[in-house]
Design a protein around this ligand. Structure first.
Ligand SMILES: O=C(O)c1cccc(C(=O)CC[C@H]2O[C@@H](n3cnc4c(=O)[nH]cnc43)[C@H](O)[C@@H]2O)c1
Length: 241
């Protein structure tokens, strides 16, 4: 049985570096096509692919295509907005589902999502055991993480998203794109976010980015054993005739 690895996908280099810092090892950069640089590490590889679901899907698919068989798990990671009262600034969130929350159409009775339109999967789920174990290990809130192409900037939109997705914990801009690429390669996906700001009226000056990046490092420093336990079990099951 070959030993497979985790690919961690972030939007920006600061998030990638926060994840890499958790291993304590210096990054080992490797140049990929499409202007991407893979930071290979002892516990996982990390790559920054750009902001938004399209960049996330394109970047993740590129890495997976050039390294077939290297990974068994893809983790979308970074900072995000937290839905009050489920997740507060500084909290970690593990996605119970990675949901495309603004991909669809407007209709006379409101938003119609991609699945209702008959065009594809609106939500990807991580292996439940893995998500629960990682949430336990990191002290994270476990709940749906919404992927949006436009970051929420009003209380009205925050309320509409929370009503449409009960229990939504966080909002970010890449998870569903990462999950779409992982699913195309039949790989498991997970999303780990740390909250830099509340989802609601836009106040960029109030984003607590250094604290959220530190929380991201802390979360990745804690999640290794949970991933390894899942990996071992997952491969045992796959190898059972
Ligand atoms: O300026 C910096 O130093 C810096 C460091 C790390 C990350 C950033 C970003 O601006 C990352 C953008 C990234 O953040 C996610 N995000 C964060 N809050 C929200 C939100 O309320 N709604 C949607 N997305 C959010 C998102 O995934 C972006 O990719 C800056």
């Amino acid at each position: 049985m070959s030993r497979r690895r985790t690919l961690v996908v972030t939007a920006v280099p600061a998030e990638r570096d926060a994840v890499t810092l958790a291993t304590g090892a210096p990054p080992d950069p490797f140049t990929l096509p499409a202007g991407l640089t893979l930071h290979r590490g002892p516990a996982w590889d990390a790559v920054a692919v750009g902001v938004g679901p399209a960049a996330a899907a394109a970047g993740t698919a590129t890495v997976l295509a050039v390294a077939p068989g290297r990974y068994d798990l893809v983790v979308a990671a970074g900072i995000g907005g937290g839905f009050a009262p489920v997740a507060a600034v500084g909290d970690a969130v593990v996605g119970s589902a990675l949901v495309a929350a603004d991909l669809g159409a407007e209709g006379p009775d409101g938003f119609i999502d991609l699945a209702e339109l008959g065009f594809g999967q609106v939500s990807h789920r991580p292996p439940a055991e893995l998500a629960e174990a990682v949430a336990d290990a990191t002290g994270a809130v476990l709940g749906p993480v919404l992927t949006v192409a436009t970051a929420t900037g009003t209380a009205e939109r925050a309320a509409a998203l929370a009503a449409r997705h009960p229990g939504a914990a966080a909002e970010a801009m890449e998870g569903h794109g990462v999950a779409t690429a992982a699913a195309a390669h039949r790989l498991a996906v997970l999303e780990v976010r740390t909250v830099s700001n509340p989802v609601g009226p836009r106040d960029r000056a109030a984003w607590r980015i250094p604290a959220a990046l530190q929380a991201l490092t802390d979360a990745f420093a804690a999640l290794g054993p949970a991933v390894e336990t899942w990996r071992q079990k997952h491969h045992e099951e796959a190898d059972t005739p």
